[in-house]
Each structure stands twice: as structure tokens, then as C-alpha cells.
Design a protein around this ligand. Structure first.
Ligand code: FAD
Length: 405
């Protein structure tokens, strides 16, 4: 019987993990299935560009995985049952279950709408393709109604900054306001912050600092100081949240629902479950939780891949690097910021700004798309035959089932 590896999600973490496992493990002994709600690879890093009206590449997952031996199941994951080692899925044809011996949970994240009334009903966001397209449609209709319609971007984290600058550059007829709870770009170095401020001025973005939004309504937001801000489209960029599926299934999770893992990305409650990307609560080499980011998706995937191949082949599990070195922020298409951070995740004085940063960021985007859409390329083909696996269905201990020598 083949060892069944089930990968949930085909974003940066899921596609990367599935491809690397397919490259490293023998198809004679393993069967890898990827479950994705989307038929193609969604470049989340570029969704603010999609909302701004630009076209972004979206390779079909069927093409991405063609010839790799990876099976693709287009369906929505609705539940995990780690005791029975099954995942419930639903598609247009109905509901079903998929069994596994090893599970890789990489369902990513979505906009965090909790805590502020009216966000779910009235705000737009750029954290998923359908929501980015909904915002795009709204912006198209605002532009058609004439100049100066007001777009409010709430949140001055990386997504908020990228979204406000992209919209202002691509849609100069709109009046864009960026709302920051504290000082604009507080987590950047002084030099990078000044550059950001100049970029906002150049693009005509109104910056409102020290402003907390407490309620979102259809045509305005209410602020903590009692003021109101009129808005024709409010874009919520105040944080990411993860799917409740892991917690509901009984996996040990943090308060915000991310899966708690050991150094190898293995669930501390269910050892044949691994997690990577935004869904995992991974502690980096600096002793701090890794931020939800594409870079973290890459390094948590690498560690999960090393652990799974190690367990299945009986070889020593490589300890891969879990680090975060900096932020790459686009400020429209011709400007950007690369902000290096230290081991404590604080901004270093060193940063790169302007066209050079924009070019580097464009290279990173291209590279991450290429790597994800060629998931089995470039690694030494080390097809190690797995030792004969015990019959996992007859073995109630997941630990014994996958950790054979
Ligand atoms: C506009 C924007 C710009 C960003 N820019 C940067 C940046 O410059 N640098 C950076 O490091 N990070 C950036 N990020 C963050 C980055 O996109 C995420 O950290 C990264 O996508 C995480 O990868 P992931 O594989 O965990 O999740 P995702 O890429 O979100 O992939 C999750 C996958 O799971 C699928 N899925 C989800 N739920 C289900 C379900 N129930 N059933 C089946 N499939 C499901 C999704 O369709 C998707 O394929 C940005 C995010 C946004 C929104």
C-alpha cells in the first residue's frame, strides 16, 4: 500500500511542498494529492495589483502539476478529522472524504474581519482573488461616476501600504486615504519612513495617522475619537486571520487558530500532521514567531519537506533555516522599499528605496511565481525508495506508521 500524502492548499506553501515531495520521494511508494479550492495558482503577492486593474498571471494548477505524478483535487476543505485521518471536502458534485497517512496543512489566510462591526458587510479587501476582483469592480464603477471618489485604505501594514500606493498610482482619478493607527510606517527605519511619506505625497495619498477605526458603514467609517470619514469604498487591510478548520478538527492551535508545531513543522498534538505558510505558528531561529509572509511560507515548507522525507526514508532530518530578513514593499510599479530587519525583527537602519527596490521586488515576484509553477524543477532527483511501510490502516499509532526506520 502506498503512503498517502495529502496537501491542503496550493498557494506558495502547498504547491512548493507538494512539488518538492514529489521530487524527493518515490512514486512507487508514495501518492501525493493536493486539494485546492481554486483551479489555478493565485499570486497573492500581487492581488493589490489585480484590484488596481492590472492583469496578473494565474497558471492553471492542472498544468503546474502535469507530469509530476501529483494528483489534484479541486474542492473546498470543510473539515479535518486527525483521529480518523480523513479530510472532508466539498465540490460542485457534493461532499466526500479523503484519507491520508501524512497531512500537510497549508490553507493560508484571509482578511481578519473580527472585532470591528461592519467590516464583513461593508468593507472590501485584497487578500483573496474574488475579493480583489470585487474591489476592482467597485473602483471601476466609482471611476465611471467621475473624479474624486473617496477610497479609504484602513491599516498601514505592508498590505495597506502596497494597496494604497498601487490604487493611487493606477487610478489617479480616485482620492485615496491611508489610515494608520499610529505613526505611518512605524515599523520601518527613519529613512525608509521618510521615503514612504514622500511616495504618499507624490501619489496624492492623504495619510491619517493616530486614527483608529471602530465601525465601518456603507458610506463612512466611525473613528475612536468620535470623528467620521466619508468613504465610497473602504478597503480593510488591518490583518490576516486563518481558517477555523484546524481548531475545529481538534489540532492544537494558538489563540488565533494557527497550528502549533515543533521545530520540524510537525503538529505537537498530531504527529502525522505538518503545517506550513500562514497557517502555522512557527518559531523562527530568533526565538520569535515567524510573520505571515511569502518568505515564511518558503522556509516553513522547506523544513516540513525535510521532516517528511526524513521520516519516510529513515534519514536524518535536516534542520533548515527559519529566518526572516526583511520586507519588500512595492509603492506602485516604479517605486519600492526593501527594509532589512535584525534578529529581534526590528528595522535596521539599512534599506533600499526607489526604482532599484521596485526592480528587486519585481524580480522576487517573478521568482516566486516561477518557483511555484515549476514545483519539481531544480532539485537533485533523489528518488529514495521507501522502506516497506506497515499497514497504517491496521495501525492506530500514527507515530509508528510514519517513523519507520
Ligand atoms: C495583497 C498582498 C500582498 C502581499 N505581499 C507580500 C509580500 O510582498 N511579501 C510577503 O512575504 N508576503 C506578502 N503577502 C503575504 C503572502 O501572500 C502570504 O503570506 C502567503 O500567500 C502565504 O502563503 P500560503 O501558502 O500559506 O497561503 P496562500 O498563498 O494564501 O495559499 C493558500 C491556498 O489554500 C487554498 N485554500 C484556502 N482555504 C481552502 C479551503 N478551505 N479548501 C481548499 N483550498 C483552500 C487557497 O485557495 C490557496 O490556494 C501579501 C499578501 C497580500 C494579500
Amino acid at each position: 500500500m502506498k503512503h498517502r500524502i495529502l496537501v491542503l492548499g496550493a498557494g506558495y506553501a502547498g504547491a512548493h511542498t507538494a512539488g518538492n515531495l514529489a521530487r524527493r520521494l518515490s512514486p512507487a511508494d508514495t501518492e501525493i494529492t493536493v486539494v485546492s479550492a481554486e483551479p489555478d495558482f493565485v499570486q497573492r503577492l500581487r492581488l493589490h495589483q489585480l484590484a488596481a486593474g492590472q492583469e496578473i498571471e494565474a497558471p492553471r494548477l492542472a498544468d503546474v502539476f502535469a507530469g509530476t505524478g501529483i494528483r489534484l483535487r479541486l474542492a473546498r476543505v470543510t473539515a479535518v478529522d486527525p483521529e480518523r485521518q480523513v479530510v472532508a471536502v466539498a465540490d460542485a458534485e457534493g461532499a466526500g472524504e479523503l484519507g491520508y497517512d501524512t497531512l500537510v496543512y497549508a490553507l493560508g489566510s484571509h482578511v481578519d474581519t473580527s472585532g470591528v462591526p461592519g467590516v464583513t458587510e461593508h468593507a472590501f479587501d485584497v487578500t483573496g482573488r474574488s475579493s480583489a476582483l470585487r474591489l476592482r469592480e467597485r473602483l471601476d464603477s466609482l471611476e465611471a461616476r467621475g473624479e474624486g471618489r473617496r477610497v479609504l485604505v484602513v491599516g498601514d501594514g505592508l498590505t495597506g501600504i502596497e494597496t494604497a500606493t498601487e490604487l493611487a498610482e493606477s487610478r489617479p482619478g480616485l482620492s485615496v486615504t491611508l489610515v494608520a493607527r499610529g505613526e505611518l510606517g512605524a515599523r520601518l527605519s527613519g529613512g525608509a519612513r521618510s521615503h514612504l511619506r514622500r511616495a504618499c505625497d507624490r501619489l496624492g495619498i492623504t495619510v491619517l495617522e493616530h486614527t483608529g477605526v471602530e465601525t465601518v458603514e456603507a458610506t463612512r467609517v466611525l473613528c475612536a475619537d468620535g470623528s467620521t470619514l466619508a468613504s465610497d469604498a473602504t478597503v480593510w487591510a488591518a490583518g490576516f486571520a486563518v481558517s477555523p478548520v484546524a481548531a475545529a478538527g481538534g489540532l492544537e492551535v494558538t489563540e488565533d487558530g494557527r497550528i502549533v508545531v515543533d521545530r520540524t513543522m510537525r503538529s505537537v498534538s498530531h504527529p502525522n500532521v505538518y503545517a506550513a505558510g500562514d497557517s502555522v505558528h512557527a518559531i523562527g531561529d530568533n526565538g520569535r514567531p515567524l510573520p505571515m509572509s511569502c518568505a515564511s511560507a518558503g522556509c516553513t515548507s522547506m523544513q516540513a519537506i525535510a521532516a517528511i522525507t526524513g521520516h519516510l526514508t529513515g534519514r536524518k532530518i535536516a534542520r533548515t533555516r527559519l529566518g526572516y530578513v526583511g520586507n519588500h514593499i512595492s509603492l506602485g510599479r516604479r517605486d519600492g522599499l526593501l527594509q532589512m530587519v535584525d534578529d529581534e525583527a526590528r528595522a535596521k537602519p539599512k534599506y533600499v528605496a526607489g526604482r532599484k527596490a521596485a526592480r528587486i521586488k519585481a524580480g522576487i515576484l517573478k521568482g516566486s511565481l516561477w518557483a511555484t509553477s515549476h514545483p519539481t524543477f531544480g532539485l537533485p532527483r533523489r528518488r529514495r525508495r521507501l522502506a516497506a511501510a506497515p499497514d497504517t490502516s491496521a495501525n492506530p499509532s500514527a507515530e509508528k506508521a510514519i517513523a519507520w526506520p
